[in-house]
Each structure stands twice: as C-alpha cells, then as structure tokens.
Design a binder for this molecule. Structure first.
Ligand SMILES: Cc1cc2nc3c(=O)[nH]c(=O)nc-3n(C[C@H](O)[C@H](O)[C@H](O)COP(=O)(O)O)c2cc1C
Length: 203
C-alpha cells in the first residue's frame, strides 16, 4: 500500500502556455490522466511561474510540456519559459527525468507537428527521456470517427485542434481524452522508471 507522498508515487509536473485558455483545458486533461495513473501532479502555467513552481519542476520525476501552436511553433510565452531554463540545462538539473508533450492549434494540422518537435528537442537539450503518445492514429478509415482517441493522428505527442473562436468548454472531447491518455501513460512509464532504478541500485 502506498500513500501519495511515498517514493513509489510518481511526481508529474505539467508546464504549459495557453494564450486563450484552450491549451489550459488540455493541460487539465493531462493532469487528470496522470492522477488516474497514480501520480501526484503540479499544474504550472509558465507565464505565471512562481518560485514554488520551479521547485516543483526541479523535484518532479516527469515533466509534460504543453504549448499552443503559434506561427507554426511553440508560443513566445512557452519559449520565454524555455529560455529561462538555460542554467538548469547547463547544470543538468532535469537530466534523466521523463518528458512528454502536447500542443493545440486552430487548424486541424496547423503545422503543429513543428511545435511538438520543438518540445521534444527542448527535452533532449535537458537530457530528458521523451515518452511518445503510444496510440495508433484515429479517424483514418471509413469506419472511424472524429470521436476517436488520437483523432488527428500524432505519434510524437498529443495534438489537438480547437476552433479559434471557441470557448474553453468547446475543446474537442476526443482531444481531451487523448490528453488524459498521455497523462496516464506518463505516470505509468515514470513508475516503471522509478521501480527500475530502485531494482538496479539494489542489485
Ligand atoms: C499569434 C498566433 C499564431 C497562431 N498560429 C497558428 C498556427 O500556426 N497554426 C494554427 O493552426 N493556429 C494558429 N493559431 C491559432 C491558435 O493555435 C488557436 O487559437 C489555439 O486554440 C490557441 O490556443 P490557446 O487558447 O491555448 O492559446 C495562432 C494564434 C495566434 C494568436
């Protein structure tokens, strides 16, 4: 039996930027999935980051990065956060943590794979272990549906599309479910890594 402060409970931080609230809804879904997967979660809006949030990031076993897609890449708000991590990058503060990512654009494609690639490169610069989405593509055959998990067909991370004039409560339910899946997967992989490290140290 473990409580949620025991070392076996993965600490998952979600660091995201959302200008208009859509990506924030998806960050909430990632958090929900990670909690379902047994993790303790810190949800961090990087444009309002506090000292306590930085401590949560440094203490996390896994960090899931999320950004709205702006101009075919991560937003300036996310990149400003990324640049603030340069000292941690040099010092290897986040080395060997788990990482994963999600993004949201207005267009169904919207060139958002470039934003996911940016998030993965950012994680690699920190020497983190990138976890992919772990789902086959949805909505890609005559019998498939827009409600499928991974309806937009990404492998690298979770990709969502929200109409540019939508309210927060109009984020697509399949995209929220896909982000919940990502959160759960990150919690599970992180638990495996923690257990593997403990077994390696004990051997
Ligand atoms: C400056 C800016 C640039 C954008 N660039 C893109 C883009 O390259 N591709 C796209 O599909 N949507 C683009 N959009 C639309 C946003 O990705 C979309 O509105 C998204 O839902 C916003 O997420 P947020 O509410 O988390 O900020 C852009 C929006 C803004 C404000």
């Amino acid at each position: 039996m473990t409580d949620n402060t025991s070392p076996e409970v993965p600490l998952v931080a979600i660091a995201y930027h959302s200008g208009f609230g859509h990506t924030a809804v998806l960050a909430g879904a990632v958090a929900e999935g990670a909690r379902d997967g047994g993790a303790r979660v810190s949800l961090i809006a990087v444009d309002e980051i506090t000292d306590r949030d930085w401590q949560a990031l440094d203490g996390a076993d896994a960090i899931v990065f999320g950004s709205a897609t702006y101009m075919g890449n991560v937003s300036a708000g996310f990149q400003a956060f990324a640049e603030k991590t340069a000292r941690r990058c040099i010092n290897g503060t986040w080395r060997d943590k788990i990482a994963a990512g999600f993004t949201n654009s207005g267009a169904k494609s919207g060139d958002k794979v470039a934003a996911l690639v940016s998030l993965a490169v950012f994680a690699a610069q920190h020497h983190m272990h990138w976890v992919n989405l772990g789902l086959g593509p949805g909505w890609n055959s005559s019998t498939a549906s827009e409600q499928d998990l991974n309806r937009l067909g990404f492998w690298l991370g979770a990709g969502a599309a929200t109409d540019v004039d939508a309210n927060r409560d109009q984020v697509h339910p399949a995209d929220e479910a896909t982000c919940r899946h990502l959160g759960r997967r990150v919690a599970e992989v992180t638990r495996q890594l923690i257990a593997g490290r403990a077994a390696t140290e004990a051997a």
